[in-house]
Design a protein around this ligand. Sequence first.
Ligand SMILES: CC(C)(COP(=O)(O)OP(=O)(O)OC[C@H]1O[C@@H](n2cnc3c(N)ncnc32)[C@H](O)[C@@H]1OP(=O)(O)O)[C@@H](O)C(=O)NCCC(=O)NCCS
Length: 227
Amino acid sequence: MALLVNILLILLGLFLLKIILIALFFFKEIRAAQKRDPAAKGFLEVLFLYQGLHALIAHRIAHALYKMHFFFLARYLSQLSRWATGIEIHPGAKIGRSFFIDHGMGVVIGETAIIGDNVLLYQGVSLGGTSLEKGKRHPTIGNNVVIGAGAKVLGNITVGDDSYIGANAVVIQDVPPNSTVVGVPGRITKQDGKKIETSLDHIHTLDPIKQSVDELEKRIKNLENKG
Ligand SMILES: CC(C)(COP(=O)(O)OP(=O)(O)OC[C@H]1O[C@@H](n2cnc3c(N)ncnc32)[C@H](O)[C@@H]1OP(=O)(O)O)[C@@H](O)C(=O)NCCC(=O)NCCS
């Protein structure tokens, strides 16, 4: 009986130690989740119940294994994490501090993706590749970027610091810093806090079809006004 109690106490001690270590090492990430999810009620709730945090913890270990060339183990851990959280992060991806994935289900982050500090992803985001080449084929995301639910950022492109990618956008070209991008394919609607008039702007627009339609609409309105 005494032996059983001792074993239970040791297991409890190990569990508490694990929780304390995670809380210490992932303090910034837990705080980021609390700051960026108005529904988060407290530190312990994020620590125990947020899959985005759990996927990141697994990724930090998998990435360390990947860097030591334990590719199978690294991938095995990332697949286990995918099974448990619904979030697939390739162990090769480089992710900065204060990273937060809200809700998480369906997020995919490719092998050569690079993510800066203080980035927020919502569910369904893909940071994917567009080629079968083995080199850098996934996006580089700057600091303080938010990527909305369901958005796809594809290829070896760069999303500049402080940018916002709208929900369900498909981004296939570089995004300058401090921009808001929406639509398919993604077009810049705001830069440095100023709204971009895409029908007049020929530098920032990422959607030539929308630009042509906007111009045609204007010409039709002009003709209607004349008639
Ligand atoms: C893009 C976003 C950040 C809005 O940015 P904003 O600068 O405030 O943009 P506005 O609301 O002023 O909209 C600007 C234009 O983009 C359009 N727009 C906004 N979001 C869009 C989106 N996701 N897809 C397509 N068009 C969008 C608006 O209709 C508007 O069009 P208009 O100028 O022709 O009227 C926001 O709409 C968004 O998509 N956030 C993602 C949030 C999210 O994923 N939450 C998940 C919670 S679970």
